[in-house]
Design a protein around this ligand. Sequence first.
Ligand code: KG4
Ligand code: ZN
Length: 333
Amino acid sequence: MIVLGIESSCDETAASIVQDGTIILSSVVASQIEVHHKYGGVVPELASRMHIEAITPVVDEAIHKAGITLEDIDGVAATRGPGLIGALLVGFCFAKSFAWARKLPFAGVNHLEAHIYSLFLMDKKPDFPFIALVVSGGHTNIYHVTSHDNFELLGQTRDDAAGEAFDKVSKMLGLGYPGGPIIEALAKTKSPEAISFPRTMLDKGSFDFSFSGLKSSVARYIHDHSITTDDEKAQVAASFQQAVIDVLSQKLINAALHKKCRRIGVTGGVSANQTFVNKLSGKAKDNRISIFAPPVALCGDNAAMIAARGYTMIQQGALCALDHDVFSRTRID
Ligand code: KG4
Ligand code: ZN
């Protein structure tokens, strides 16, 4: 079955053609980062307008690159939420119209579930059950995934998402948006032990996260030590990044041990951080746990993961009606 996937929940307009939920025939992502960069974050109204301009050429390109025709498409999937309402509406309505015009089944996909499905687009896929982390600019969620229908939410952030903390610390250091890749690159030049920032673990046995204390601690340090040179910024970046990585890694291992589960998959924009994946892999090895991490192109927002999740929904008959709407916030358990 060939599925056209469409993603437009934030600042990427993406379309992808995926076969049988696992083989990517094409994946096109038009990023708006350059436009939002100068505002230090995503401007929702601008995002919606840019999705409108990009959606048709991006879908055309995905079909062309896959080497297929419209007649070859068996189903359509688009992100239904969570995300920016104006942005979501562009991709969702385009996909709905496309499916209606061509009389195809249409799945409205949960963006967080879709991130988890990026794991099924890799050569080495996790078997059920597995622990999944969705860590991005808006979420830091740990799930116990036991089947295509069962995502048990074990923990989530009580304040900032990990990616949001990267973005805010980057802004404090005057380094730009998105902060994650900039901080990771800078951190490579310094020892992560230089500054001791807090690791907030919350209550014993909790899989929830809190990154606001760490963020405030970094802000105080920057203020008190008048951080200005590239060298000083790199030291803050390395020590901050290590604090985030330590907490994410420890909570994931704890969750896997708690569920007696030997597989962990990490997904979402922050999973592109190779320092994180390497550190987690080291810790996991000590506990005989396997780590599954998609390539960088599948960590950030993309439409291949939407098509992959949409494929299972279409197969199960979990379809969207024409009067179904998008949503901005949700949980997925
Ligand atoms: O999944 P994603 O592309 O979009 C959302 O759904 O939010 O994630 C974007 C987030 C941003 O906060 C960005 O700073 C972070 O992922 N990010 C990273 C890295 N690359 C992207 N964080 C840490 N290290 C990275 N290499
Ligand atoms: Zn995302």
